[in-house]
Design a protein. Structure first.
Lengths: 166, 486
């Protein structure tokens, strides 16, 4: 009887340890989401492009918090992080005043960056450029992320810029 | 070196104890089974204060949450012992803060249950007391062993002090009691007072029976109080004055009837049976346990019924009531184990086996019933969650990417404590117990679409984290819900 009880207790103990280890090692996380953010071209958050100068329909100067750069586009770093627990395909578009802005990515001019395929836990972070096309003050530039073909955010991240004509 | 007999365990002890210790660890892990962050606001606060100890010591001149100047005071450092313990444990072990807050409560509770076993085993009801100690509940109102908070430390130290007082009549025992009680006093004074109340009857009985041992026990317990008196005198006098004013339980704290249902009616009944059995059996240790339990219940009864006392002793004392109820319930189960069918039934029905095992069958049935009710009940206990995974990821992003950006952060004040703990950044305001006027200003700002950006500049705020849409042209959204003042 004692031997039976001992064996029974050892089996129960082993099962309990295995179950507990499994529970600890695999916590359920209910939330699945995609992280999307804008950094400045130094991978910080201090000097976003805030002012642009247009000449003959093209951007010739970009102002970054007091610094003026002779450039055809404003530079930012965009980051995407997949916390969806499944692979997803992402695309990025930049929009201002309901108009899609031309983007500059790895030497090419595009209207849409993508598809960017990320597995669970994977991250993408790259510098892109964007060029506003019309002059105006207080223009809202929205960075629209699409996940598997659908706009992911109701309110995408954005910057406020001023565009002046020379 | 020969271990004292109280510490010698054999194979049967380990076999009985191991599943009980696992049960204790599991019960304490329940709020964090699928949630890897601290749960209670007090846990987050202790995390911040422990980090502050590592960075700048315990008596700071700056509020660790808002960065505002504060006067260093004793009142702000009453749990310093606990914060030093957390800081030292983190520094020595290298275990991450989040893992500590997730798993250390289970370890501490398993140690508590083990100490109850050691304490009660020589009296013959060790594993029973250990098993019923596992039933202590944890709620957001009265806290408990599932949270890494000072009262969980007190639950560990009470059986330790009892064990030392029962079995060690030498200088090492008294030194260990002195050190344990000093640590408890420096970590959580209300718990120290409760422990003092519970152990005093045993000390008084010892003074009658074994004066020298009683005297040294009393000295070991009183010395930390006397030594710190110059620092704590004013606080004690103010608290004593408060005893003359009626105080009422807070509405988020369970009243005894609710607690009896949450903890379990059956364990409470077993506790009554066990207390009577211990009194009938006699002996100073048994009297000490029962009278200590009664002294604690009397203190709580005076507060609950007549409204005189210290509210915090009532709130935190409920944990110790459950601890003592578990210990005495163990004695109750041990009494049931000894039940035998009367001889004439055995002769009439030829039930020799039944007679020999009556108590075991009854005890097994009682334990099965208790566990069948208690474990699902513990699993269904509601807990709030201050942050979710999205909040956590956003906070870590802010920490990693906005480190060089000066200024405070404005966010939902309820999440403020968790935010400071994870990012080491100051916030405009945070809720620690209940909302204040400052918190209402923060809520008004967020609900107003963040339009009043002068408010941000006036209060040194450069970052806003909110799920409400922010429409101000002075703010840019660089990440979902993260806004920077332009």
């Amino acid at each position: 009887m004692n031997r039976v009880l001992t064996v029974f207790l050892l089996v129960v103990l082993l099962a309990a340890v295995v179950l507990l280890a499994y529970v600890i090692a695999s916590p359920r996380t209910a939330e699945e989401f995609t992280e999307f953010y804008i950094l400045d071209y130094r991978s910080m958050t201090d000097i976003y492009p805030t002012g642009f100068v247009l000449e003959n329909g093209k951007i010739v100067e970009v102002k970054y918090d007091g610094e003026i750069h002779k450039a055809a586009y404003g530079r930012v770093i965009l980051g995407i992080s997949n916390h969806e627990n499944t692979r997803a395909e992402y695309d990025i578009k930049v929009v201002s005043d309901n108009m899609t802005l031309p983007l500059y990515f790895k030497g090419a001019e595009l209207e849409l960056i993508g598809p960017i395929s990320l597995g669970p836990g994977e991250k993408w972070e790259e510098e892109i450029g964007f060029s506003p096309q019309t002059a105006g003050e207080g223009e809202k530039v929205s960075f629209v992320l699409y996940k598997d073909g659908t706009a992911y955010f109701e309110e995408p991240p954005y910057l406020w810029i001023d565009v002046a004509n020379r | 070196m020969n271990l004292p007999s109280a510490l010698r365990l054999d194979r049967r002890d380990f076999l009985m104890l191991a599943p009980i210790l696992l049960l204790a660890f599991f019960i304490a892990l329940i709020p964090k089974l699928s949630y890897p962050y601290p749960v209670h606001v007090d846990e987050w606060e202790h995390l911040v204060r422990a980090k502050t100890v590592l960075e700048s010591g315990v008596m700071t001149v700056v509020d660790p949450f808002t960065g505002e100047a504060v006067e260093p005071s004793l009142v702000g450092s009453l749990e310093a012992g606990f914060h030093y313990f957390l800081a030292a444990f983190h520094a020595v072990s290298g275990i991450s803060w989040l893992d500590m807050f997730r798993f250390l409560p289970g370890v501490l509770f398993a140690v508590t249950v083990f100490l109850v076993y050691l304490m009660a085993r020589p009296q013959g009801y060790g594993w029973e007391a250990a098993l019923f100690t596992c039933l202590i509940i944890t709620t957001v109102g009265i806290l408990g062993p599932a949270f890494l908070v000072p009262v969980a430390m007190g639950l560990l130290l009470l059986p330790l002090i009892f064990f030392l007082a029962f079995h060690f009549k030498n200088r090492w025992g008294y030194v260990l009691i002195f050190v344990s009680f000093t640590f408890l006093l420096a970590s959580h004074a209300p718990s120290a007072i409760v422990v003092f109340i519970v152990i005093t009857p045993y000390v008084i009985l010892r003074l009658r029976n074994d004066f020298r041992h009683g005297l040294f026990l009393a000295a070991a317990l009183l010395a930390p109080v006397i030594i710190t008196l110059p620092l704590t005198f004013e606080l004690i006098i103010n608290t004593a004055r408060g005893l003359l004013t009626p105080q009422y339980p807070l509405d988020y704290v369970e009243v005894p009837q609710q607690l009896a249902v949450s903890y379990g009616i059956l364990p409470f009944l077993l506790s009554i049976i066990g207390s009577i059995a211990l009194l009938v059996k006699g002996g100073i240790k048994n009297y000490g346990i029962v009278f200590g339990f009664l002294a604690l219940e009397l203190m709580l009864l005076v507060f609950y019924r007549f409204h005189f006392g210290v509210p915090l002793l009532y709130i935190r004392g409920l944990q110790y009531v459950m601890l003592m109820a578990g210990i005495t319930a163990g004695a109750g189960v041990n009494t049931i184990l000894k039940i035998r069918l009367p001889q004439h039934y055995v002769r009439r029905f030829k039930a020799t086996w039944l007679r020999a095992n009556t108590g075991k069958i009854l005890a097994a049935a009682v334990i099965a019933a208790v566990l069948a009710i208690a474990i699902p009940q513990r699993l269904e206990t509601p807990y709030y969650r201050m942050i979710d995974t999205e909040d956590y990821q956003a906070f870590i992003w802010i920490k990693n990417n906005l480190e060089g950006r000066p200024g405070r952060v404005l966010l939902d004040p309820w999440k403020g404590t968790a935010f400071v703990a994870l990012t080491d950044r100051y916030v405009y305001t945070r809720i620690s117990a209940f909302p204040t006027d400052t918190d209402e200003k923060a809520y008004d700002f967020l609900a107003g679409g963040c339009s009043d950006t002068d408010f941000l500049a006036e209060n040194g705020i450069s970052i806003v984290y909110t799920e409400h849409p922010c429409t101000s042209p002075d703010l840019i959204e660089v990440r979902k819900n993260v806004y920077l003042l332009n």
